[in-house]
Ligand binder design. Structure first.
Ligand code: ALA
Length: 494
């Protein structure tokens, strides 16, 4: 293995490989515009973070201090950090409007090995992140069933093996886990598998159809968030905002790091570059607009939520509903469970959409098996990658706990954001003349601030995130040495 090979860069004007070759359909179908992209961004962003983890951010947890009402400030800090990154993404996505998002940008700017590392890392953001999101969906779905129909979905069909084994170990009897088959530990997350299965079918059928479904989900979730703000604002007690930052800056920073999860998603817009009619104009628009819209929503929701009840009461998985219940609005509270199911459905959809497109780009470059680069002859979607991602994300909640999935997601995404900002700086130096349809304002300060702020947020994450991430990268490097590097397509450096 020659060192120069590891840093061989992807040529700029290389025709999309596989196009027209046997076994490949012509190309993905270009049907999306700026509005579709903005809605896909909002679809991916507003989800489990604001409907659920936001409570623990405010109230604190075993491994992080409470942000308290200063959660509002945490959301502002993270919005600014993501803003720097979004501007970097916008520049590089318009410059390299190809499927694959940060993977492709790293290949063009830095070379094969960094690209592989980022491609592997993006699996954490998309597929592993969606394992967490699918489990959250199952939880909200069960509480919606309980709250609206009084039906209890059996716990043993909506859990994972590790949690089930743990529950049995600490309780001689774990009645909620007993099955019609006796005391067997049967743990499977059926709701998670079903929703992922349904979305996979939709995604195979078409990107246009998927974008329409997403638009409907986004409209509904925005209406429900607006309902929370409109109803909640009437009951805000400014006294609840004191003390504003109960654990000082430490709490605000930990809150900002955890809030990062809620912002993940604007970057997912870049994965549909090859399905966008005018990617150089619309990718920057979609990413920046979705981030701005969601930042405003988050800051307002955090202000209302922490104004409704003392922050310690928010230590729950459904803080928006809990806050409305506390002020005597049970109907509005029940609507929040519906809002969570709808919001999280869209998040699942967009990340299930993005992952196969990254695998598609990697397979097209020969770093992954060619099956991932197959395009369906009629639907013009990367169907095999979509189905494999669906099977992986649908079944993984049986083996991986929610915490384990969550602990990888934010750190992996922050790492990708850092590499994108580095890519912007490197390409400005290496290719200064190349026309840039979108130029990151404030260059070179903005990408540097993106790197610094993302690294700062990484430092604020609990330690378990770091070692899990290290192990993930080592496994990825082993696969690269054993498969990707040997099988990659021959390419010439530009
Ligand atoms: N931002 C997405 C969410 O909060 C991942 O669910």
């Amino acid at each position: 293995m020659k060192v120069a090979d590891l840093f061989r860069r992807k040529p700029w004007d290389e025709p999309a490989p596989g196009v027209g070759e046997a076994g490949h359909a012509p190309a993905l179908r270009r049907t999306l515009g700026a509005l579709d992209l903005t809605l896909l961004g909002v679809g991916a962003i507003v989800g489990a973070g604001i409907f659920s983890s936001v409570g623990q951010m405010a109230a604190g947890g075993p491994d992080h201090p409470a942000a308290g009402p200063a959660l509002i400030l945490s959301f502002v800090i993270t919005a600014v950090a993501c803003g720097f990154s979004a501007l970097c993404y916008a520049e590089i996505a318009a410059l390299v409007p190809a499927s694959g998002s940060a993977y492709t940008y790293a290949f063009v700017a830095l070379g094969e090995l960094p690209a592989w590392i980022i491609g592997w890392d993006l699996i954490i953001e998309y597929a592993v992140g969606n394992i967490y999101v699918a489990q959250s969906w199952a939880d909200y779905f069960r509480s919606l069933l309980r709250g609206s129909l009084g039906v209890d979905f059996p716990a043993w069909m909506a859990t994972d093996l590790q949690t089930a084994a743990h529950d049995r170990a600490i309780a001689a009897m774990a009645p909620h886990l007993s099955t019609p088959f006796g005391s067997l530990v049967i743990a499977f997350n059926l709701p998670a598998a079903l929703i992922v299965g349904l979305l996979t079918v939709l995604l195979v059928i078409g990107v246009r159809e998927s974008a329409r479904f997403n638009a409907a989900m986004v409209t509904l979730k925005l209406l429900l968030v607006a309902a929370f703000v409109a109803v909640g604002a009437k009951f805000v007690q400014p006294a609840n905002w004191h003390p504003f930052a109960p654990t000082g800056f430490r709490g605000v920073w930990a809150g900002a790091s955890l809030a990062f999860f809620s912002y993940i998603g604007f970057d997912a817009v870049s994965t549909v570059a090859e399905e966008t009619r005018n990617p150089q104009r619309d990718l920057p628009r979609g990413m920046i607009a979705s981030l701005v819209i969601c930042s405003v929503i988050y800051i307002v929701v955090a202000a209302v939520m922490t104004g409704l009840v003392p922050y310690k009461q928010l230590d729950t998985g459904d803080p928006l509903a809990r806050a409305l219940l506390a002020v005597g609005m049970p109907r509005a509270a029940a609507l929040m469970s519906l809002g969570a199911v709808i919001a999280v459905t869209a998040v699942l959809l967009v990340f299930q959409l993005g992952q196969p497109r990254i695998l598609f780009a990697m397979a097209r470059d020969g770093l992954l098996p060619p099956a991932f680069a197959r395009v369906h002859p009629r639907f013009r979607t990367p169907y095999l990658g979509t189905i494999l991602t669906g099977v992986f994300v649908g079944l993984a909640p049986t083996f991986i706990t929610q915490d384990q999935a969550l602990e990888l997601t934010s750190i992996g995404t922050l790492f990708a954001f850092i590499v994108v900002a580095i890519g912007v700086i490197v390409l400005r130096k290496r290719e200064p003349e190349r026309p840039r349809p979108f130029r990151c304002p404030g260059y070179p300060i903005t990408p540097r601030l993106a790197i610094l702020s993302c690294f700062g947020l990484m430092l604020g994450l609990p330690a378990a995130n770091w070692w899990r991430f290290g192990i993930w990268l080592l496994v990825g490097l082993a696969i690269y040495a054993g498969y990707g590097h040997r099988r990659r397509r021959r390419m010439t450096t530009p």
